[in-house]
Design a protein around this ligand. Structure first.
Ligand code: UGY
Ligand code: MN
Length: 300
């Protein structure tokens, strides 16, 4: 072999070695890799999900989203945003609404610089949770609260308030009309997840926090549930309550009815009453989800 051929052979070997080292010929291509400190921010993956894993980019029309009679999985590549009525400089994606059979709405609100919320419909209660950025909540007496990522507020029906955003923020919002306005709370609640105590979960291994008081006057609660990789629900739940879920961190498998879905941070799930439900956390990091659950009312 002459010197020129030897040089070409060496260069080719180098190329092949680096191709194998970067993922191998048979392995799936890696998802888009982000660098920088922003990837370390809390819930960063929920608001910056991988919309098109690179090995699926050549499949136009591919989505993991599913809509069935008793459940729906709505993944970020199918979230459709439009201007939120009554809000300024805010776009929203309604992901769960009564058109599916739910008694509540769940939407994501993306607030821009100098944006302002509108009020919920008459008689509807509202819950907001900050997934990205920061907002200022002001009530009618002028009291303000700065809500950062992981902070939340419960706002009773017909409770005048405004949510202002100076830079940018992403909120997940739940609204519902209580079945009766008797004994409904009239005070707002403001808090943050890490201030809430871990609760007992007999027979289960996940960690549970509840963001709203458990007293009878509240007709729903918001649970924050944490699973380490490999942990799963012991109870194969079937119950009368409805759920709206946002996966904030991690990935795993959600069983809904007879279907088993791979899920990841940013996914939203609607669970109708009595849909069989089960979750197992996979991957290398903690799974955390936020879960709406109607409680404290006789279903009759
Ligand atoms: O409280 C619940 O119903 C909750 N464990 N359900 C769920 O995580 N799907
Ligand atoms: Mn459940």
């Amino acid at each position: 072999m002459n010197q020129a051929s030897l040089l070409i052979l060496t260069a080719l070997t180098g190329l092949i070695t680096s191709a194998v080292a970067e993922g191998g010929f048979c392995s799936a291509a890696p998802s888009i890799i982000h660098s920088g400190s922003e990837t370390n921010q809390l819930y960063w993956k929920a608001t910056n999900p991988t919309l098109s894993p690179s090995h699926l980019q050549d499949l136009p029309g591919f989505t993991r989203s599913v809509f069935k009679r008793d459940h729906a999985l709505i993944t970020p590549e199918s979230h459709v945003f439009s201007h939120l009525p009554e809000w300024t400089l805010t776009s929203g994606a309604y992901l769960i609404t009564p058109a599916m059979g739910s008694h509540f709405v769940m939407y994501i609100a993306k607030m821009e610089e100098n944006s302002l919320s509108g009020l919920p419909p008459y008689d509807a209660e509202r819950f907001i949770f900050v997934v990205q950025g920061a907002v200022t909540l002001t009530n009618i007496s002028g009291t303000t609260h700065k809500l950062m990522v992981d902070s939340y507020a419960y706002l009773p029906p017909n409770f005048h308030h405004s949510i202002r955003c100076d830079a940018s923020a992403t909120l997940v919002v739940f609204e519902r009309r209580p079945s009766s306005l008797d004994n409904i709370p009239n005070e707002q609640i403001v808090g943050s997840t890490d201030q809430q105590p871990l609760l007992e979960t007999p027979g289960e291994v996940f960690q549970l926090r509840k963001l709203i008081p458990t007293s009878l006057s509240y007709d729903f609660n918001i649970h924050i549930m944490d699973f380490q990789p490999g942990e799963y629900l012991n109870v194969k739940e079937v119950h009368y309550n409805q759920h709206g879920l946002l996966l904030l961190e991690g990935q795993g498998i959600y069983r809904l009815g007879d279907s088993w879905y791979p899920v990841q941070a940013g996914d939203v799930i609607w669970m109708a009453p009595f849909v069989p439900q089960w979750y197992a956390a996979l991957g290398k990091t903690r799974s955390r989800y936020l879960l709406y659950k109607d409680v404290n009312r006789n279903p009759l």
